[in-house]
Design a protein around this ligand. Structure first.
Ligand code: FE2
Length: 696
């Protein structure tokens, strides 16, 4: 390898906090002893390219044996007879004994095995990884996408199922990587001793994830600093299923909210109240950087050994939420301390654009203090869609003509956002980067690793009978998803408009966060506006975190007049699926006598012309098979993971999106729907209201 090239590679590796390893004549591996206890968080690989991969492990001092340097061994065979690369990395307490090595000079589209060796001859477990096909190779691709693992409130047995199914597939159909869309950890910890019977939302809290310090707020605990976040990552990575998955596949990860703070945005943490949390934002970024191998970068001169935490103070963001607040210098240093938005190319067919939807977003507008009058009288979990659109657009609403007053619940309320900037999810800089990459992509399929979803989940609350309406007079539609793109409709429309104007086709958003399975198309507006889809979207259910249906079982009492919109019957079946697909009249009719045909006769086709599928009660994972002509996305739904047993799927549903040409509309077609839970969850009905066969 030429020296110049090597220097550039070393610089690149340093920028992502890794040391460099490159191919060199390597002698046969010495004997060594695998000692998993010396590497309690296992091994991992991340962000493959066609010639390199980032490898990770952690080797803390154990049983009095401290290691200060790890060597990585990479081979083309699992017995390490044919080693191709060896390189080493110093480890120390400052980096919490974690190790990142960028291995370069690999062949494209290959399987590699890797392991780490300390100076005492102790070996880690063996990991397996893949390199991507070269960008001109038209290779079919299979991958999985997941989000929201929670080993405090359950297990990560979704991965156990994913591994078992992958092993049963022919080699050429096996998954090549896992896209993890965030909530890799949950920073809010519920300890069993703080809860009646140790239970929350009907689940026993496991209580093994603990922070050394933490702060107790009500019945939960949140981190105070980097050591707390690190302790959570360590506990999560000791989970055998998460660890096995990371050893089996390369992971491509973005964070969502819980890697920092439940309802956080920029460097504001929101629990009991909004708190200036610049130091916590930096701490959260540092722990993510240390534990998740990804080609992310820090600004300025990089240090291959460790995250350089900028000095910041917790200074409240004063003033309007939209503009000047975000420019507070400590906030700027904190949110720019790690850049995770990036892209990954996988052969000629697949380009993955990964965004950060939390660090640069404005406050979710429906949560702002000034939005309080518009929260009155709404059914649980729902927000008035038109109001959110007006507040989010601020002074740009209706081409710069925002209304002076907004009518809500029969009252005219002064528009508090009439002089504000519009909300943003990505921030200007990231949005420019994203649109440039999207428009310039030469891949057949453009996938957006989006962390938060774009398809609205809504109900026609204006059709509630007067006897059932809550205190306010409701009109039109209401959405549940004000924390995802539903709360940022102005920027959503801008991005979709830019994609359409540039003739971008085969554009697919993959999202998590919602703890629900959804499939559909994304349009800048829905009824009463024009439905004009520009992209397809698939949202994956959570690996383990409770769903809206589980939460509603505890939050919406049995005698609540609107309970039938959420849950029905003795088994609390998720009627919310009916409500958000077919409308409130269909759900209320269903509650009368369970007659599905009578319910469907009352369906409102304007509620969800964009949705092909919505299960607000689903856990599990999704797989994507990518060919030049189509993508097939399979949802594999498993029961709530409250034991460590390998879960039997409740259903499997596959949707297909055929490649479309610029100017054409995307469509989502259901190919397979199979499983006992489909009928019980009102999912055996297609979006036009027909009953479908429950097997193919
Ligand atoms: Fe989540």
């Amino acid at each position: 390898m030429p020296m110049q090239n090597r220097r550039e590679l070393m610089k690149m590796a340093a920028a992502m906090g890794a040391t460099l390893a490159w191919p060199a004549p390597v002698r046969a591996a010495d004997a060594g002893v695998e000692d998993r206890s010396a590497y309690p968080q296992g091994v991992a690989s991340g962000d493959p390219t066609c010639d390199s991969i980032l490898l990770w492990t952690r080797r803390p001092p154990t049983a009095g044996r401290k290691a200060s340097r790890l060597t990585v061994e990479v081979a083309e065979t699992s017995d390490f007879d044919n080693m191709v690369v060896s390189g080493s990395h110093a480890i120390d307490a400052d980096g919490d004994w974690t190790c990142r090595i960028l291995v370069t000079g690999l062949h494209s589209d290959r399987t590699y095995w890797y392991r780490f060796r300390d100076e005492h001859g102790r070996l880690s477990r063996t990991g397996r990884t893949f390199t991507a096909p070269s960008p001109d190779a038209e290779r079919e691709a299979c991958f999985a996408f997941v989000s929201c693992q929670n080993v405090n409130m359950g297990y990560a047995t979704t991965f156990l199922r994913m591994i078992a199914e992958d092993r049963a597939r022919p080699a050429h159909e096996q998954l090549r990587f896992v896209l993890h869309l965030g909530d890799f950890i949950y920073e809010m910890l519920f300890y069993p001793e703080d809860l009646p019977g140790g239970m929350l939302q009907g689940r026993p809290m496991r209580g093994h994830v603990r922070m050394p310090e933490g702060e107790k707020i009500g019945v939960y605990h949140v981190p105070r600093g980097v050591d707390d976040y690190r302790a959570i990552y360590r506990a999560y990575l000791e989970d055998p299923d998460i660890q096995d998955a990371r050893a089996r596949w390369p992971f491509i990860c973005v964070w969502d909210n819980h890697e920092f703070s439940n309802r956080g945005w920029q460097s504001v943490a929101v629990y009991d109240r909004a708190r200036a949390a610049q130091r916590l934002r930096v701490a959260a970024n540092q722990a993510w950087f240390e534990y998740v191998p990804a080609r992310v970068s820090q600004p300025g001169e990089a240090d291959p050994m460790r995250f350089r935490a900028p000095a910041v103070a917790d200074v409240p963001l004063a003033g309007p939420i939209r503009d000047s607040a975000a420019r507070e210098p400590n906030n700027q240093r904190a949110i720019h301390s790690l850049r995770i938005y990036r892209d990954v190319r996988w052969g000629a067919l697949l380009h993955l654009l990964l965004t950060d939807t939390r660090s640069f977003r404005t406050q979710p507008v429906y949560e702002a203090d000034f939005a309080a009058p518009f929260r009155r009288g709404m059914p649980p979990y729902f927000a008035p869609q038109k109001v959110v659109e007006i507040l989010d657009a601020g002074k740009s609403f209706a081409g710069g003509n925002p209304p002076a007053e907004i009518v809500h619940g029969g009252m005219a309320i002064p528009n508090p956002a009439a002089r504000m900037e519009a909300g943003t999810m990505l921030g200007e800089e990231q949005k420019r980067w994203f649109l440039d990459r999207l428009r310039g992509s030469t891949a057949r399929w453009k996938f957006w690793g989006n962390s938060v979803a774009m398809t609205d989940i809504r109900a026609d609350v204006g059709n509630l009978p007067a006897s059932m309406a809550t205190s306010a007079k409701l009109d039109g539609f209401a959405i549940t998803n004000t924390h995802d793109w539903g709360g940022y409709p102005t920027e959503r429309a801008e991005i979709l408009g830019a994609a359409r104007a540039a003739g971008v086709s085969n554009f697919v958003s993959l999202a998590g966060d919602r703890h629900a399975f959804c499939a559909g198309t994304v349009s800048a507006s829905l009824c009463p506006g024009e439905f004009a889809p520009v992209a397809a979207e698939f949202v994956v259910g959570s690996i383990g975190t409770p769903t809206l249906a589980e939460a509603a079982a505890h939050a919406v009492p049995d005698d609540h007049p609107l309970r039938p919109l959420y849950l029905q019957g003795d088994d609390a079946a998720p009627a919310i699926n009916m409500t958000v697909t077919h409308g409130v009249a269909a759900s209320l009719q269903l509650a009368e006598d369970g007659d599905r045909s009578a319910a469907l006769a009352l369906r409102n086709p304007d509620v969800a012309p964009h949705l092909a599928f919505a299960d607000m009660a689903g856990h599990g994972f999704a797989t994507v098979r990518v060919t030049a002509s189509a993508i097939d996305v399979e949802f594999i739904c498993v029961p709530a993971p409250i034991t460590d047993a390998d879960p039997d799927p409740l259903y499997r549903v596959t949707h297909r999106v055929a490649a479309w040409a610029p100017g054409e509309r995307p469509g989502v077609e259901r190919l397979v729907a199979d499983g006992p839970a489909l009928a019980a969850r009102f999912l055996d009905l297609d979006p036009t209201g027909r009953e479908q066969s429950t097997s193919n």
